[in-house]
Write a new protein. Structure first.
Lengths: 277, 277
């Protein structure tokens, strides 16, 4: 199944994608749907319902709008870590964003003059579908609601101001998320999905989710050892090589740039960057 | 005023302290009270109301139970930074916890075998009382609801596993918060409040809030440049010298230890540490 949170005449609504278009679900967003233990069954029962809006005319919101936790993993693509000469990590490097950090998948992303180094990071995001604490990687598999796309847009100047990256990672509306949540029966990142990031049509990042050091279940299991994860929580799994600060010379986003982030089998984010000084 | 979130026969309720005892307020916790713009007026109007419970018989919960954001500042006590030979920082070092990280001010704090290096960090916490984005330090002053006490209990082994401290800082129920929120008219950390931490009666930390590099208003203003702060959000302002990992040899909390965290004019947290392997 492919689930989305849509803007229907100014109102937020969860929906399930069918070959005929999006069918509405009786929840205001996908996060609220996931909080109902029978969410899969409810969504499946609605697959034959009336079409709410066609796919081409849908207005997408962030696929999950109010997660309690948005946890990000850094340094997680094996090929990228090895090419930089580092050893593979024993533990995932984790930091956080907020619900306020999220943005719609096709939103114009507006930034002020706070940062001069706005960079891209294409990432596979996994959305939690059950409450877990101290779960094994095997148990974590069944706690995965599905997968979506994000771009962990990072203010490198703020990120480097101190030892802790958080302040460069949690700018409001810096992180597009969506457009759809694809359930694991239709999407297998371990088998390998191509992930790319293009700026103004030029491919800047090209990776494969099969090279993640810590896969989605490993991350959920690890995080659950110190804190409870709940339905609708979001985990960003890290970015492959090719970010702007690693270019020679470094390259950052400018006013008017078009940022496209894609993952095979899920779709793409497309965001116009607007920088007003 | 001194506000608290109390457990009244298994139900959570906001209350205001009077010389007669706690008077109940029509909100389930202090965070919900703060979300009403007229919160000061409402609390003041209730000062003459009927006593709900005496101060000695009150059962305290975390003074704010469901903050959307809990942001912590590291390396913020001037005397402690200078004694370690470092320069004073230009920017605050920020990391995060969650509402799930919080605990009641007199709770027994139970930990499993995940960490062997459980350490203390006595901290002044400031609670936000208005929505702010891009505010000046002067505007931030009026967005302060009040001050309370926290202990940013840190799992040093997890904190040092990677470059990012978050995973050692966000263990569920690791951070007692309370017992009361004291409004700024009765509490001025800039003028200097003694902050201490005792383990089994031995003083381990002794600092003064007048030596904070970034005071509460400076932190609110800085954070508001990248993300929106809202009523009930909590900011931990950092810890003075004397943490366990800095002792020779390093000293960590053990099963049965009693941890007392106090700030002049606010009160104290008292937590029995329970470690079950």
């Amino acid at each position: 199944m492919r689930l989305a949170t849509l803007d229907i005449e100014g109102r937020s609504q969860a929906a399930v994608e069918t070959s005929r278009g999006f069918v509405g679900l009786p929840f205001s967003n996908v996060g609220d749907l996931l909080r109902v233990p029978r969410w899969r069954e409810i969504a499946e029962q609605n697959l034959s319902g009336d079409v709410l809006v066609s796919i081409s005319e849908a207005t997408y919101l962030a696929v999950v709008t109010e997660p309690r936790k948005v946890i990000c993993c850094g340094l997680n693509y094996r090929d990228h870590i090895l090419e930089t000469g580092r050893d593979l990590p024993s533990f995932p490097t984790l930091f956080t964003k907020y619900a306020d950090s999220l943005a719609a998948p096709f939103a114009e992303l507006s930034f002020g003059s706070e940062s001069n180094e706005i960079d891209w990071e294409a990432e596979l995001a996994v959305v939690v579908g059950a409450e877990v604490k101290n779960c094994s990687p095997e148990q974590a598999v069944s706690a995965i609601a599905g997968y979506t796309i994000s771009n962990d847009i990072s203010m490198r100047d703020w990120q480097r101001r101190t030892l802790q990256w958080f302040q460069g990672k949690a700018f409001d509306t810096s992180t597009p998320l969506g457009p759809v949540l694809v359930t694991p029966d239709e999407c297998d990142p371990k088998a390998g999905l191509v992930i790319t990031c293009h700026v103004n049509g030029e491919e800047m990042q090209h990776g494969n989710t099969s090279t993640l050091v810590f896969d989605s279940a490993a991350l959920i299991s690890y995080i659950s050892r110190f804190t409870t994860l709940r339905p609708g929580d979001v985990i960003l799994t890290g970015t492959p090589g090719g970010v702007g600060m690693a270019q020679t010379p470094p390259k950052f986003l400018r006013d008017g740039d078009v940022l496209v982030t894609s993952i095979e089998g899920i779709g793409e984010l497309r965001n116009l960057i607007s920088i007003h000084n």
